[in-house]
Design a protein around this ligand. Sequence first.
Ligand code: IVH
Length: 714
Amino acid sequence: MSEDHSSIAVEKLNAEEAAQELERLAKEIARHDEAYHANDAPEISDAAYDALRRRNLGIEQRFPDLIREDSPSKRVGYVALDKFEKVTHAIPMLSLENAFNDEDVYDFAKRMRKFLNLPESEKMPLTAEPKIDGLSLSLRYEQGKLVTAATRGDGATGENVTENAKTISDIPTVLAGDDIPDVVEIRGEVYMSHAAFQDLNRRMELEGKPTYVNPRNTAAGSLRQLDSAITATRPLNFFAYAWGEMSAMPAITQMGMVEWMKACGFRINPLMQSFEKIEELLKHYRKIEKDRPELEYDIDGVVYKVDDLGLQARLGLKSRVPRWAIAHKFPAEKAWTILRDIEIQVGRTGALTPVARLEPVTVGGVVVTNATLHNEDYVKGVGSKGEILRDGKDLRIGDHVMLQRAGDVIPQILDVDLEKRPKGVEPFEFPTSCPKCGSHAVRDVNEKTGKTDSVKRCTGGLICPAQAVEQLKHFVSRGALDIDGLGDKQVEAFYEAGRIADAADIFTLRERDARSLKKLKDMEGWGATSAAKLFDAIDAVREADLYRYIFGLGIRHVGEQTAKDLVKTYGDVETFQTAMLNLSDRQVYDDLLSVDGIGTTVAEALKEFFSEPRNLDVWNRLLAQVNPKPAEEVATDSPVAGKTVVFTGSLEQMTRDEAKAMAERLGAKVSGSVSKKTDLVVAGPGAGSKLKKAEELGVETTDEDGWFVLIGRE
Ligand code: IVH
């Protein structure tokens, strides 16, 4: 057996140690590839896996002569297979906004009261319950019988794991009680108890197999087993706490719904309670926090929800989170470790981001090996607003650093132990050129504020391979084109092999492959079936929703929601393109600015993107290959669907936010300014210039009462 050199930094290895490390890494990475792709049971986090690959690459760069025949860097890796059927959730599965301290909780209550125009004198009870650290599952019952169990997936579409869910004894296959609505969707959290987790790991040890890292990942892996017989050997539990589609509502409060679930045969969390005062809510939070070590399952905070379902409906959603709930997270856990190296990564927009390579350490139940160091100033001890970090201590390779990690939050370096700083280490020198393409790297100065940007960027644009690859990864990622079988690893390999250089090339892959002598099916890690499947998956997205294409372009400041807003406004690709190519026209630019949620930052970014010939070239070649689906009309049966509405003046029966959310639910577009394109202006008392402009332009106007009559709610 060779010795374990895994804790020695890459640049400190001698040739013999390096050879042994490369051998160990080849084996370990191959094992994780198999665990992940073939057995669907990853044993380490993606970050830890990436760290192994990077270490392998780092050693190979230092010792090119030692590169092995079976090196992981020579393999494309497995192609992810679509193993479970996809399920589209009738109602999306949401995530939650986070609160990190008491003040955030008070703000949350204040925001809701403002939205609802609810004075302090009126009660607004909130429920509080533990936030279970598991994975959410949606169970659909028709005529009282379990028909589908689906994982959350991206919130809109999950995986069908019905057979596996049936092996969980907390999940009834038939609902108990009378008067069960025809359609019932129960949502809750699947988790593995501490006892079951320890039991399983004892069994694994006895069998000489690697043990699992934490109960959450194990529960996820167990539920996603292809063979439900294996799931059945992994004792999982389920707490019910929410619902999706319901053909009838058996209760009018959150608490009432959960109690009804109990009567149907579900387990509900015994620590759930309803409170009227925020102080009581916070007291309950502290009680749960204190009891946490004794609980039989992992929790990472307390979830507060508005109890009254009528108020919940009025509050509605903002993009992917409800306005009526929040997760109050427990404070982060901390640990000391050693900063082994600082690596510079180049992102999609050319940002040079320093990344800390750390001596692996367990914080909050997860092994952490990397942490982002954000930017040049952060390494020096200065925050993005000029604030002093870590008492101004800079970070140097070899330092002992204190790490903090809270739930899904990125680990942060909070402190440096100067007494343990090795003698003679120099301050870290941030590069002045891009480590990937050698182009000059600069920190822009904001024209308006005169401030220097905290981010240093590579000026190479798409000639920089790092930027090009990151852009491609973004294009095929989940919120964008989400092409099955084309993940980060495949994109990297295709780029390296010269098969694709930009997004448009993806859509000519099949055609070029047919003519090429070097067929994809002959590439390592591929076969005839997987290659054919990939080409089909690419064809399948040619008609994907337009917003996915717009988001996929990777325009700065244009996230998924902004892409959706753009599509809502422009409808189809031709209209969108015409507008984007004419943004130097004042009227077109102003129209863009009147889209709710779009300000000058986004507008400028779009203008810049669509005036750059290289971008236009990719866009045109892309459009020659694909046929993006135009916007779907929301709520087409409502009288204001597709109309552009402006609210002005003071509203008396609803707040401005509430009016806007209501109009959007009914499929209307809400704009902040009146133009020829406005269909309706709803004016309350005190309306001024907007009402006047509407009258001048001959736009229909009404008051608040008229609005309620129009939408059929008098
Ligand atoms: S309510 C509409 N309640 O937390 C609200 N979520 O960060 C839907 N979670 O995806 C969620 N315990 O997987 C709710 N008691 C609880 C929860 C809980 C755990 C998870 C859930 C959700 C995630 C959001």
